[in-house]
Ligand binder design. Structure first.
Ligand code: AP5
Ligand code: MG
Length: 224
């Protein structure tokens, strides 16, 4: 199964994708996480992306499309995918569809996390991430077992530099101008499920799992 998760910055894409990936055994590919890894490793790609990310703008399509095509290609044909933060422009969505179609594949389901802007601001200012494994926490909503330390590897949790107020403003602008049209693109080509992402983490997961469980059941009925 190939899933795309759409949603504004801080809507909870990463949080829900991790849970989806564990529950259904899918590979979680986050374009933002891959870019941050490239930056940490000091690669050319990471250097190219830095300025765009730090200002809250989008990294150019050609860089992202190539990077994600490479990541998807590396994934085993047998493993399904959950895509987080990609595609983020209509052009990226078209390029993704073209490359999947070339391999006889398609996006099976699109989940769109809907959220109010005030809710999102609180989530972003309270977010803490593990620089080692990418796990995401929140100082109030999703606390680690030991304050400031990652549950998985004990690394010191950090605040993402692009969670500062002025950068967040630009990330929202990019979302409204460039990413919202992706929802309409998918509404014309796929089935899009709108999810109320204002709810607490477990409730959002329950909504997401109910949709995916039903789809998986329908697919297995069809095969029998
Ligand atoms: P990216 O890393 O993708 O950032 P984003 O889309 O802005 O989204 P976030 O990661 O900030 O939020 P999220 O929705 O994953 O929320 P999370 O689960 O962490 O991209 C960063 C940058 O890279 C971009 O600005 C751009 O420059 C570049 N880039 C990436 N992809 C690109 C592309 N395709 N094209 C071009 N450029 C690209 O949750 C947020 C917080 O809230 C956490 O603390 C979490 O614990 C908490 N939380 C989550 N859910 C809930 C809930 N239901 N209730 C309460 N708290 C919650
Ligand atoms: Mg994320």
């Amino acid at each position: 199964m190939r899933i795309v998760l759409l949603g504004a910055p801080g809507a909870g894409k990463g949080t829900q994708c991790k849970r989806i990936s564990v529950r259904y055994g899918l590979l979680h590919l986050s374009s933002g996480d891959i870019l941050r890894q490239e930056r940490a490793a000091g690669t050319e790609l990471g250097k190219k992306a830095r300025g765009y990310m730090d200002s809250g703008g989008l990294v150019p399509d050609e860089v992202i499309v190539e990077m994600m095509a490479e990541a998807i290609k590396k994934a085993s044909q047998k493993t399904g995918l959950v895509l987080d933060g990609f595609p983020r422009t209509v052009n990226q969505a078209v390029k993704l569809d073209e490359s999947l179609t070339g391999n006889g594949q398609r996006i099976d389901v699109v989940l769109n996390l809907n959220i109010e802007q005030e809710v999102v601001s609180e989530r972003m200012t309270g977010r803490r991430s593990c620089p080692k494994c990418g796990a995401v926490y929140h100082i109030k909503n999703l606390k680690p077992k030991v304050e400031g330390k990652c549950d998985n590897d004990g690394a010191e949790l950090v605040q993402r530099p692009d969670d500062s107020l002025d950068v967040v403003k630009n990330r929202f602008r990019a979302y409204h101008e460039q990413t919202k049209p992706v929802v309409d693109y998918y509404k014309n080509n796929n089935t899009v499920y709108d999810i109320d992402a204002n709810r607490v983490v477990d409730e959002v997961s329950t909504l997401v799992f109910a949709i995916l469980d039903t789809l998986i059941e329908v697919r297995s009925d069809r095969r029998q």
